[in-house]
Design a protein around this ligand. Sequence first.
Ligand SMILES: Cc1cc2nc3c(=O)[nH]c(=O)nc-3n(C[C@H](O)[C@H](O)[C@H](O)COP(=O)(O)O)c2cc1C
Ligand SMILES: [Fe+2]
Ligand SMILES: [Fe+2]
Length: 413
Amino acid sequence: MNIQKVIDDVYRFSVNIEDKDYLFEGLWPIPNGISINGYLIKGDKNVIIDLTQDIFNFPREITHQIEESQITIEKIDIIIMNHMEPDHSGWLREFCKKNSKAVIYCSKKAVPLLQAFSSVPPERAVAISDGMVLTVGDYELQFFDTPNIHWPETMMTYERKRKILFSCDAFGSYGRVDENAIFDDQIDGEKHQFFEQESLRYYANIVATFSSFVLKGLEKLKGFDVEVICPSHGIIWRENPAEIIDHYKRYAEYSKGPAELEVAVVWSSMYGNTKQVLNLVIETLCKRDIPVHVFQVPGDEIGYILGSAWKSAGLIFGMPTYEYKMFPPMAHTIEELMVKKVTNKKVFRFGSFGWAGGAQKDFEARTMRSGWDILGHYEWQGTPKESDKATIQRLLEAYCDTLIAFTRQASKK
Ligand SMILES: Cc1cc2nc3c(=O)[nH]c(=O)nc-3n(C[C@H](O)[C@H](O)[C@H](O)COP(=O)(O)O)c2cc1C
Ligand SMILES: [Fe+2]
Ligand SMILES: [Fe+2]
């Protein structure tokens, strides 16, 4: 990949994680890849905003890209670290060995992390205060704290003259970025949809837990006229930055009220007895024109389940009893949904048991503090009878009525 000009003396350097087996954060599958971007502002003093991860040949690759702009690593005067997560700071340790003079601007909370993650002594850091402006040549760089988007120390950098927001993880997305299509105006409608889906999954996997902070951050942003958004993952938004801001607002607001009129159905079955009602569940929802997304556990990836569950106002779980509790892989999935604060959902559960059950009690205990409204459940012994299916259908009809009313009430607001 080559270094790319963003505007004037602002350049983007970037790498894509292409390895299909790589798990982002050691956890999330990214079959479509992810880009890690940083930015260079050339001038009498050279500035870098965010670095890259120290994996594969990324530092070498970025060094080449920076050198394409006739600058060497030793000539960088200022490094702005918006965020200390290793996907952006991993290279800092080696970078600072090669360049012993660059001053590092970061938030107050990032200073001890510089030492802990990259062995950078605090003397090399300038801790910013919220709203502080650093003038470098013709560039006015303003810093503001945006805690917990994504870590507590995260900040953003805003270039006041050109109205560029260097947002780091915020407004980011999964998905590799092609070298010849790095801006929102260089991609077609299909690719926009691709990045919308990839940004939703990225949000649900990485950012969702901190949605209240995202809403606070968006409030703070209202005071800024933003013409270009340069995130550290995904494409640059210069034609219509409002598009990605609106997506993020919508994703964050799913944590407060009804999400979309869609249902994520997550099911498990050891011997097929629970599975026998799955089609009935799907058909009942489809007849009511409710989009359904079906996931099997284990098998389907939690990263995808989370993306769908975050966006759906309804969740339906099907799983049998296993040793007096719910089937363990489903317990793990539900635990993950709790960690990511998937909340405000209309929920239904079904499943088979052998003798005395236990899954429902376990399910209720585990989801007690979820903010889920469990509208109904149905369990049966062994194989489902026609009467069991009829009851499930009746309960699901009522479930759909409530779900539809719930989402309608939101769209009226
Ligand atoms: C390893 C194992 C543990 C089980 N533990 C329980 C249990 O504690 N209580 C119960 O009522 N049934 C228990 N069952 C019975 C299953 O819940 C029952 O076979 C059910 O029909 C399985 O549904 P499935 O075909 O959808 O997997 C257990 C079954 C297995 C294989
Ligand atoms: Fe991060
Ligand atoms: Fe990141």
